[in-house]
Design a protein around this ligand. Structure first.
Ligand code: GSH
Length: 218
C-alpha cells in the first residue's frame, strides 16, 4: 500500500509549509518513499472517523499497511527507522540523533508554540503584556543553548538526519524566526535545511495544494 499522510485541505498558514505534515512529507521525500495525501477540512478533523486515526483530531497521520500512526515526531521516527539515510548506522550516534528528535518536539517546539499562543490566542488578555517578556526570555535561552550545541556544525549530528528535519521544522515557525537575527548560526542552519532538494519538493507540493485550494474558492 502507498502510505497516506493526512494534511489540511486548506492550510491556515497561507502555503508557508508550517503545519506539522511538512516534517512527515520532507522525511518521506528524503527517504524516497512515494505517498498519497488525505486532505481534511477542519470539520473532518473532528469526526469520529479521523479521531480513530488521530485521537486529538489533528493532522498529520500516517497510514501504511494495517497501521495508522499519529504525532509528527513519532511518524518521522518510524519513517527514519524503516528506511536508510535518515538516522546514523552507528548505534550510539543513532541514539543521540533520536535524543535530538525528542529535543525538537519536547524541548524546543513547546517554548516556540507558547509564544504563538500568547500572541495569537491570548493577545488581548490583561496578563499578556507582563507574560510576553517571560516567554520571550525562555525562548531565547533555549535558542541560545541550541546555537551553542550546534556550534559551527552543519547538522545536529555528523550527518543530516531526521533530527534536523524536526528541529528545522520547529525553528521555521514564526515565533522562532523572529529571533533568528540574534542567532545567525541557527538562521544558517534553517537555510541549509530549506535548500535541500527534498525540502524544496515538499514545500512546493504543499504550496501548490494551498494555491489550488485558493483558486477553487475564488
Ligand atoms: N504534536 C502534534 C501536533 C499536531 C498539531 O498541532 N496539528 C495541527 C496542525 S500543525 C492541527 O491539526 N491543528 C488543528 C486542530 O488542532 O484542530 C504533532 O506533532 O503531530
Amino acid at each position: 500500500m502507498t502510505p497516506i499522510v493526512s494534511v489540511f485541505a486548506a492550510s491556515p498558514d497561507g502555503g508557508r509549509g508550517l503545519a506539522r505534515d511538512m516534517a512527515v512529507r520532507w522525511a518521506l521525500i528524503e527517504a524516497g518513499v512515494a505517498h498519497d495525501l488525505r486532505p481534511l477540512s477542519f470539520a473532518e478533523l473532528k469526526t469520529p472517523e479521523h479521531k480513530a486515526r488521530q485521537p486529538f483530531g489533528q493532522i498529520p497521520t500516517y497510514e501504511t499497511d494495517g497501521q495508522t500512526l499519529f504525532e509528527s515526531g513519532a511518524i518521522v521516527l518510524h519513517i527514519a527507522e524503516a528506511h536508510d539515510g535518515l538516522l546514523p548506522a552507528d548505534p550510539a550516534a543513532r541514539a543521540r540523533a533520536i535524543a535530538w528528535m525528542f529535543a525538537a518536539v519536547s524541548t524546543l517546539e513547546p517554548v516556540i508554540v507558547e509564544r504563538e499562543v500568547a500572541v495569537l490566542v491570548e493577545g488581548d488578555r490583561p496578563w499578556t503584556p507582563e507574560r510576553l517578556p517571560l516567554i520571550a526570555a525562555r525562548l531565547k535561552a533555549r535558542l541560545a543553548d541550541l546555537a551553542d550545541a550546534l556550534g559551527d556544525k552543519p547538522w545536529l549530528e555528523d550527518d543530516f538526519s531526521a533530527a534536523d528535519i524536526l528541529m528545522i521544522c520547529a525553528l521555521r515557525r514564526p515565533a522562532a524566526m523572529l529571533l533568528m537575527p540574534e542567532f545567525p548560526a541557527l538562521a544558517a542552519y534553517v537555510a541549509r535545511g530549506e535548500a535541500r532538494p527534498a525540502f524544496l519538493r515538499a514545500f512546493a507540493d504543499q504550496k501548490a495544494r494551498w494555491q489550488a485550494d485558493q483558486a477553487r474558492r475564488a
